[in-house]
Design a protein around this ligand. Structure first.
Ligand SMILES: NC(=O)c1ccc[n+]([C@@H]2O[C@H](COP(=O)([O-])OP(=O)(O)OC[C@H]3O[C@@H](n4cnc5c(N)ncnc54)[C@H](O)[C@@H]3O)[C@@H](O)[C@H]2O)c1
Length: 275
């Protein structure tokens, strides 16, 4: 087999015209921004949310359709996917942003807190991925994007249960991608660091934001569009050979320079430059 040396059309690979994309948790924050991003790329967008009014408002913004669903309920997810496929005849991409952190230290966790974290951050994503993948497999494949977290990649204070649920989600992405690849279904996740969502802005005061920012190589928290942009990339043909990955969008937070004592830092820098 020869090598095709015709250059690809990279702008065309960014477009989603004629594609049906669903956003689960579209009513707010990263979900709303993702719905807008997908629409700007040309997709028909279905906005799913547990909150009917929010789903409706975002659907109106993107000229799409709203559906009310509690993603933690397997039967509701199945019905919603069936309804989309019936109405549009296909399902090309799903971005599921549902999730929230219910924080606690290890010594204070109770069963309710464990359940809430795992229901909202892991189990619902399993329901959505299973139902969407089955529908996509019947219409030639598709792409699924879940939202993980930097809390699932390192230990952040009071995030032990949330972080465990997100870490499990990251592993689920790898396993689902292996199982679904032969059906033409890609599965990836975006793992945000600190992002200025409504919930997070309310959680910290200005001084705390400054302190957080000083620990991030880019010296700031992320914006909604920077997470929606990563999710958009994973739905586009530009990422067609990427599956089973967790794309970390954290301003470099998980890879900060190691702080060394001044003397050892000088010694190590000297050795590294004398190779
Ligand atoms: N903000 C951050 O710094 C940060 C960092 C890492 C990861 N994340 C992750 O990003 C994602 C989005 O965060 P956000 O702050 O934009 O969320 P948000 O709370 O602003 O929005 C979540 C949306 O999901 C909907 N929703 C909630 N439960 C639902 C359910 N059971 N079924 C269907 N819809 C439901 C809500 O009504 C809401 O519209 C989450 O998965 C979160 O864990 C956020």
């Amino acid at each position: 087999m020869g090598i095709d040396d015709n250059p690809a059309d990279y702008v065309a690979r960014q477009r989603l015209d004629g594609k049906l994309c669903a956003v689960v948790g579209a009513g707010n924050g990263i979900g709303r921004e993702t719905a807008i991003a997908l629409r700007q790329a040309g997709a028909d967008v279905v906005c799913l949310d547990i909150d009917e009014a929010k789903a409706g408002a975002v659907a109106a913004e993107v000229g799409g359709r709203a559906m009310t669903v509690d993603a933690t309920q397997r039967s509701e997810v199945d019905d919603a996917v069936e309804c989309m496929v019936e109405a549009y005849g296909r399902l090309d991409a799903v971005v599921d942003i549902v999730g929230a952190s219910f924080g606690s230290s290890l010594l204070e966790i109770d069963e309710d807190l464990i359940r809430r974290n795992f229901d909202l951050n892991l189990f619902q994503a399993m329901h959505v991925t299973r139902a969407a993948a089955a529908a996509m497999a019947k219409t030639g494949g598709g792409t699924i994007v879940l939202i993980g977290s930097s809390a699932g990649l390192s230990s952040l204070p009071n995030q032990i249960v949330y972080g465990s649920a997100k870490a499990a989600l990251h592993h689920f992405v790898r396993c689902a991608a292996s199982e679904l690849g032969h059906l033409g279904v890609r599965v990836n996740a975006v793992a945000p660091g600190y992002v200025r969502t409504e919930r997070m802005v309310a959680r910290f005061d200005i001084e705390q934001w400054d302190e957080l920012s000083s620990n991030i190589p880019l010296q700031r928290a992320g914006e909604l569009a920077e997470i929606a942009g990563a999710a958009l990339f994973l739905t586009q043909e530009l990422s067609s050979f990427i599956t089973g990955h967790v794309l970390v969008a954290d301003g470099g937070m998980l890879n900060p320079p190691r702080v060394l004592r001044a003397s050892s830092s000088r010694q190590i820098a000297g050795r590294l430059s004398n190779n």
